[in-house]
Design a protein around this ligand. Structure first.
Ligand code: HPA
Length: 273
C-alpha cells in the first residue's frame, strides 16, 4: 500500500537530496528574477543543482526557464542563489511558487534578497533603474499564509526588514549606485496591464508592477526570515510614456543595470553573512 506523502515529508526528501550534493550552510539567499540570473555566474566554488533533479521541487513549464539552485561563495561567504523562478501564472498553484521559500527556510536561510523585473509606474523612474522595495500591494488575491501557524500569521512585522533596507540604501550611497525606493504591486499576469489598470495602480500608491515576489516575501517573513526586495525597472508600465523602447535600447538598459545590480548584491551579501 502506498501512503500519500505529506508536504513535510516532500520537503524533507527535497532537503535530503540537496544535502547529498553539498554540505554548505549558507544563511543568506537571493532569488534572482527575470533577466537577473547571471549574478549566480559570478559566484566562486559553485555547486549547481538543477531543480528538476530535486525530488518534489516544482519545475517551470516555460521553455528556457529551467531553475537551478546555485550554492557558491563571495570571498569566504556562503550564499545560495535561486536562478529561474516559476511564476504563479504558469501553474495557478500557490504551492509551486512558495516551495523555494520553504526550501530556503528548511536549509537554515535567515536573510533573503528577492529580486524581480518590473514595469515603472512612478514617473521619476526610467528603464534600467533599481528600486528598493519599501512595501508591496498583493493584487494576486491569494494568501500565502494558509497552513502557517496562527502566531506567525498574526505577527504584525514589516515584511521588508527595515534594517535590510537601511543596509542596502547605505551600500548604494557609498558605492554611488543610484537606487530608487518604492511600493511594488504584485499581479497575477501573464498579460501586461492596460493603461487604465496602471492609472489605478498609481492611484493605489504603487511605484512599480510585476508578476512575482509578493506571496514569497509574505511567507518568508512569516517564517522569520529577514527580507529585502529589489526591482529592476525594465520598462515604462503601460501608458506611462508615449514611447516604445527598441530592442537594442532594452538590451543596453538591462546590461547597464546588471553591473549596478551585481555590485549592490555582492556588497550586500558581504555585509549580511
Ligand atoms: N508589468 C508587469 N510585469 C512586468 C512588467 C510590467 O510592465 N515589466 C516587467 N515585469
Amino acid at each position: 500500500m502506498t501512503r500519500e506523502l505529506t508536504p513535510e515529508r516532500m520537503l524533507s526528501l527535497s532537503i535530503s537530496f540537496i544535502r547529498t550534493k553539498t554540505t554548505a550552510k549558507p544563511t543568506v539567499a537571493i532569488v534572482l528574477g527575470s533577466g537577473l540570473g547571471d549574478f549566480a555566474e559570478s559566484l566562486s566554488s559553485k555547486v549547481i543543482i538543477p531543480t528538476e533533479a530535486i525530488p518534489h521541487y516544482p519545475v517551470s513549464t516555460v521553455e528556457g526557464h529551467k531553475g537551478r539552485l546555485v550554492f557558491g561563495k563571495i570571498g569566504k561567504l556562503n550564499l545560495l542563489a535561486f536562478q529561474g523562478r516559476v511564476h504563479y501564472y504558469e501553474t495557478g498553484n500557490l504551492h509551486t511558487i512558495l516551495y523555494p521559500i520553504r526550501v530556503a527556510h528548511a536549509l537554515g536561510i535567515k536573510k533573503l534578497i528577492v529580486t524581480n523585473a518590473a514595469g515603472g509606474i512612478n514617473s521619476n523612474f526610467n528603464p534600467g533603474d533599481l528600486m528598493l522595495i519599501s512595501d508591496h500591494i498583493n493584487l494576486t488575491f491569494e494568501n500565502p499564509l494558509n497552513g502557517v501557524d496562527t502566531a506567525s500569521r498574526k505577527r504584525n512585522v514589516p515584511q521588508y526588514a527595515p534594517e535590510m533596507q537601511t543596509l542596502l540604501s547605505e551600500i548604494a550611497r557609498t558605492h554611488n549606485i543610484p537606487l530608487q525606493h518604492g511600493v511594488y504591486a504584485g499581479v497575477k499576469g501573464p498579460s501586461y496591464e492596460t493603461s487604465a489598470e496602471i492609472k489605478m495602480l498609481r492611484s493605489y500608491g504603487a511605484d512599480a508592477v510585476g508578476m512575482s515576489t509578493v506571496n514569497e516575501v509574505s511567507l518568508a517573513s512569516a517564517l522569520g526570515i529577514k527580507v529585502a526586495g529589489i526591482s529592476c525597472i525594465t520598462n515604462f508600465a503601460a501608458g506611462i510614456k508615449d514611447l516604445k523602447l527598441s530592442h537594442a535600447e532594452v538590451t543596453e538598459v538591462a546590461n547597464m543595470a546588471k553591473t549596478k545590480f551585481t555590485e549592490l548584491l555582492r556588497e550586500a551579501v558581504k555585509k549580511l553573512s
